[in-house]
Design a protein around this ligand. Structure first.
Ligand SMILES: Nc1nc2c(ncn2[C@@H]2O[C@H](COP(=O)(O)OP(=O)(O)O)[C@@H](O)[C@H]2O)c(=O)[nH]1
Ligand SMILES: [Mg+2]
Length: 304
């Protein structure tokens, strides 16, 4: 099954709720002024974000639509356009040719969002482009976390640097980068822990990893990618806020769009933060990740 088909399947629930919800508002009666209020209320309750609703309402008011123009088809078209304007600017291809080598990527996010799995999937795709990749197991807090990354690395045939359980994550990051540099790797990808329940430690640990990377090369990490789980809905927004307090986030990867009716959260995030979205995940398997393509997402979201 190609990725777009998978994306459509994944967003089916999200899309059904959204399009059906809008449909129901118009099915009730002929469009009138109340319809717009109902629509605003519905949009606020959906996951596309309050900012979206405000902008949308402003646009409708400015345009001074005639009553007979306020049809379901017209509204869907306007909403569609709004979403497109939001998503287009954050569409960014992750699989570009890196400007320098090794290209250092720090992967962050709270526990369970899919960081390790995402790294496995990214490596699979980068390998296909004949890239030489090394991965650092800097989530040293759970033995299972190191084993899981190692399993992925074996599966997609990339090298891994690991240290015994409980070692300093920053030293793993350092070793990985050093090895990458000395052996002409294209990519150096660092997996990290995400214990948000202990924010102070996480913050210190993270800052230390970054400090240590900068010791080797002040311009690194070249990317700090935050992984977000679509099923957490609005909570993902808090996670962006928290991580941005620690370090600038250069890109987002959103996972688990296959397991949620809240896929609209991606639109809210794109709108609010304007951080590039590098990829999306639609399942647990190695091919269940690909570039985020705004038009495809929109089509799956609205027309599914
Ligand atoms: N359905 C689905 N599950 C995913 C996706 N990405 C990751 N997972 C699952 O989420 C769980 C946690 O993933 P993991 O990579 O260990 O998260 P980490 O703690 O952030 O490293 C695992 O069971 C993964 O298989 C996705 O896109 N869709
Ligand atoms: Mg992990």
């Amino acid at each position: 099954m190609n990725f777009f088909k998978k994306l459509k399947d994944s967003l089916k629930k999200t899309s059904e709720n959204f399009t059906k919800g809008i449909g129901q508002i118009f099915d009730k009666s002929k469009p009138n002024v109340e319809t717009l209020k109902d629509l605003e209320e519905f949009l606020i309750k959906s996951d596309v974000g309050v900012k979206f609703v405000n902008d949308f309402s402003k646009k409708i008011a400015e345009k001074k639509y005639l009553k007979q123009e306020l049809t379901k088809e017209n509204f869907l078209k306007i909403i569609s356009n709004e979403i497109k304007n939001i998503l287009k600017p954050v569409e960014k291809n992750f699989f570009f040719e890196p400007i320098t080598k090794p290209y250092v990527i720090l992967i962050c996010g709270v526990n369970g969002v899919g960081k390790t799995t995402t790294i496995g999937k990214l490596c699979k795709k980068l390998k296909k482009n004949n890239k030489k990749i090394i991965v650092g197991a800097a989530d040293t807090f759970r033995a299972a976390a190191i084993d899981q990354l190692e399993l992925w690395c074996k599966k997609v045939d990339v090298e891994i640097i690991k240290s015994p359980l409980g070692s300093d994550p920053a030293s793993v990051a350092y070793k990985t980068f050093e090895t990458a540099k000395n052996n002409q790797f294209d990519y150096c990808i660092i997996d990290t822990a995400g214990r948000m329940q202990n924010k102070k430690n996480l913050m210190e640990e993270f800052s230390k990893i970054i400090r240590v990377l900068k010791k080797i090369d002040i311009n690194t990490p070249h990317e700090t990618i935050l992984v977000l789980d679509a099923t957490t809905g609005q909570n993902a927004i808090n996670q962006i806020d928290e991580f941005r307090k620690i370090t600038p986030i250069t890109g987002i990867i959103m996972t688990k769009l296959d397991g949620t009716a809240k896929g609209g959260i991606l639109i809210a995030i794109a709108h609010q933060f304007k951080i590039p979205i590098y990829a999306i995940g639609v399942g647990e398997k190695e091919d269940d990740l690909d570039n985020f393509v705004a038009d495809e997402f929109l089509e799956a979201f609205i027309k599914n």
